[in-house]
Design a protein around this ligand. Structure first.
Ligand SMILES: O=P(O)(O)OC[C@H]1O[C@](O)(COP(=O)(O)O)[C@@H](O)[C@@H]1O
Length: 282
């Protein structure tokens, strides 16, 4: 027989992933991680209720936020089939730049549970001089959450001086693959990481994660929404399990059409152009 906590982890993961094993998750930790200026062009979305209502209406599979926003607006998810992921680490861009390579813990697994979370998340900057501290933080969060039947998501983001020196950029597939593998080796149940620039290389990242679902970290808003649909389509074709998307959603005034098109690409295997046409994006 399986242990109680394994069943809990599986049930909760299914609140994000549909039967096809894929998910589109909305990320909204930017007010903390980048600062409120990220919302300046679509300022109405600084109010979490406004943007959460939009993404839920469009059919998003999950939402990721920090504990305080879950407290302010998490009730928007009550009665909806939308997974809630509470992220427990972050950093502000107000701290000295040398310390941007560290994420600190800002909440606890218990807080996430009280908020009704279906999963908890934490970042590890692989290759950072603070890598060890973030590994320890992740291990503590994961061990406790797993004991209680909660899945743990790792934002496996390689970045640091040696990476730049040896590989030139953090998106080099060997580096991204290394981070994804390290996340899998740490017991992550879901991995969020960067695009490596091609389907072939991203497929290697997925393989290195050995069955732990790998989701794209959205990145900066593309001026043409079709470019973003194309990117997510490449991720799916590479065997990726979906995407965790922030700016490409909340920095658009009417993100619902793009979300619906993304859901077509992710869950219905539609090509980007077909999906865009169906939703009136082009
Ligand atoms: O789709 P986006 O806007 O990149 O958001 C995805 C995630 O990446 C982050 O923006 C962090 O990424 P960066 O540090 O590369 O900006 C998070 O704040 C967010 O959860």
């Amino acid at each position: 027989m399986e242990s109680y906590n394994n069943i809990g982890i599986k049930r909760r993961l299914r609140r994000f992933f549909r039967k096809d094993g894929r998910a589109l998750i909305f990320a909204m930790d930017h007010g903390f991680e980048h600062g409120p200026t990220d919302f300046e062009e679509t300022w109405e979305h600084i109010n979490p209720r406004v943007i959460i209502r939009k993404v839920v209406r469009a059919g998003i599979d999950g939402v990721m936020m920090l504990p305080g926003i879950a407290r302010i607006a998490g009730d928007e998810l009550i009665g909806k089939e939308v997974g809630l992921m509470v992220k427990l680490t972050s950093k502000t861009e107000l701290r000295p730049k040398e310390e941007w390579l560290m994420q600190d813990q800002l909440g606890f697994v218990e807080d996430a549970i009280k908020l009704g979370a279906d999963a908890v998340a934490a970042t590890v900057y692989w290759g950072s001089p603070y890598e060890g501290a973030m590994m320890r933080q992740f291990a503590e969060i994961a061990s406790y959450a797993h004991d209680l039947g909660y899945p743990v998501v790792q934002f496996a983001y390689p970045r640091g001086p040696y990476i730049n020196e040896k590989y030139g950029k953090k998106e080099d597939y060997r580096v991204v693959m290394y981070g994804a593998r390290a996340a899998a080796e740490m017991g992550a149940d879901m991995i969020k990481t960067y695009w490596t620039g091609s389907r072939e290389t991203f497929a290697k990242v997925v393989e290195a994660a050995s069955g732990v679902p790998v989701l794209l970290s959205g990145g900066a808003k593309t001026s043409n929404p079709l470019d973003f649909l194309n990117l997510v389509w490449e991720v799916i074709e590479a065997g990726g399990s979906g995407a965790v998307v922030g700016r490409n959603i909340f920095q658009r005034k009417n993100p619902e059409t793009l979300i619906r098109a993304l859901l077509r690409v992710i869950h219905r295997n539609e090509g980007p152009e077909e999906a865009a046409k169906a939703e009136g994006l082009v």
